[in-house]
Design a binder for this molecule. Structure first.
Ligand SMILES: [Zn+2]
Length: 337
């Protein structure tokens, strides 16, 4: 019997659904992540988008064997069920409400969806990206690897001795919220409320805040040799290097894979990050290698799918890379469904 799998990616701005068979991705759709309604709104949107993708793929929703969801996080657990408590999609948690106008403080994603599909696996977007990179991308065959997103936020997912780290509430590693300075005076406040967190120092919005222009513009000016932009990028790279060193000191990582919008400038950042990183305790850092993500542009489909893909498909997908030939994505307006 032919098996079909659905993959979901829930981000602050958009939610993507795709449906795949053993041969490749059959249909893809995205829609702005819903911001209004009750706390069941996002799970209903996920269910709707899976149904929409199934119709596009000309299969019945009842033929879906499993659903893999890669989502913004963190999580808490109610009973054994994961609930999403991400301030950027749970407006009731956010200190500033412009990000999300809703009042809900948690999304009961697992509770609301688990009865609808034979199998459901949920992970945060960095843990699922680590799984995808290790199966299909820059981390293939690596037992000790760390995936880090360097984007509007900072996050991580890691394998140690070939084991995926998850933790008590599936939140390992929220690398963006490690503390980089014990003296909070003058340090920026993080979106989580803490001070001197890595994310508040080096993520895209932090770069923009320190310069006064979008981070993309800062990188452009840095490439043009503008001294203020160069100095800022150098500083940000040095702080990120220390954050990555902290992770390596804890995990004894061999391979660090960087993904996310800021990491698109990896050609510029790698020498700067490396310069600081390898100054740290050489016995721990000497053998560490950095790579840029190979799946960066495909994680919307591949992160969730990697969580549930059967082992018997993996060699075929590694060889054929069908995600590169995925069909055009359908964009739905926010009021559809
Ligand atoms: Zn924080």
């Amino acid at each position: 019997m032919q098996e079909y799998f659905a993959a979901i990616d829930i981000g602050a701005t958009k939610t993507t659904a795709s449906v795949s068979s053993r041969d490749g991705i059959l249909a893809r759709v995205y829609q702005p992540t819903r911001k209004r309604g009750d706390r069941g709104t996002v799970p209903r949107q996920v269910d709707f988008l899976i149904g929409f993708a199934c119709r596009q793929a000309a299969i019945d929703k009842g033929q879906i064997t499993a659903v893999g969801i890669s989502t913004a996080s963190p999580f808490e657990k109610r009973g054994e069920r994961l609930v999403v408590v991400a301030p950027n999609i749970c407006g009731g948690l956010a200190e500033k409400r412009e990000a999300s106008e809703n009042d809900w403080t948690e999304i009961p994603l697992e509770e609301d969806l688990s009865g609808k599909y034979p199998r459901l696996r949920i992970a945060n977007d960095c843990i699922s990206a680590a799984v995808a990179e290790r199966s299909f991308g820059a981390g293939r065959g690596e037992k000790d690897m760390l995936y880090v997103t360097w984007s509007t936020g900072i996050g991580g997912g890691a394998f140690v001795d070939g084991h995926l780290l998850t933790g008590k509430n599936d939140n390992a590693l929220h690398l963006g919220h490690i503390v980089m300075n014990h003296n909070y005076e003058g340090e920026p406040q993080c979106g989580c409320g803490g001070y001197a967190h890595l994310e508040a120092l080096v993520a895209g919005p932090a770069i923009a805040r320190q310069y006064g222009e979008e981070s993309r513009e800062v990188f452009k000016r840095c490439r043009e040799g503008e001294p203020k932009a160069e100095a800022l990028i150098r500083k940000v790279a040095a702080v990120m290097a220390l954050g990555l060193y902290n992770a390596v000191a804890l995990l004894d990582t061999r391979l660090i894979i960087l993904g996310g919008s800021v990491s698109k400038n990896w050609d510029l950042l790698e020498p700067l990050v490396g310069e600081e990183f390898y100054k740290c305790f050489p016995s721990l850092t000497r053998e560490v290698v950095f790579r840029h993500s190979e799946l960066d542009d495909y994680l919307g489909d591949m992160a969730g799918l990697s969580l549930v893909m059967p082992d018997s498909w993996i060699a075929r997908w590694q060889a054929g890379k069908p995600w590169e030939q995925a069909p055009e994505i359908t964009v739905l307006e926010s009021d559809v469904g």
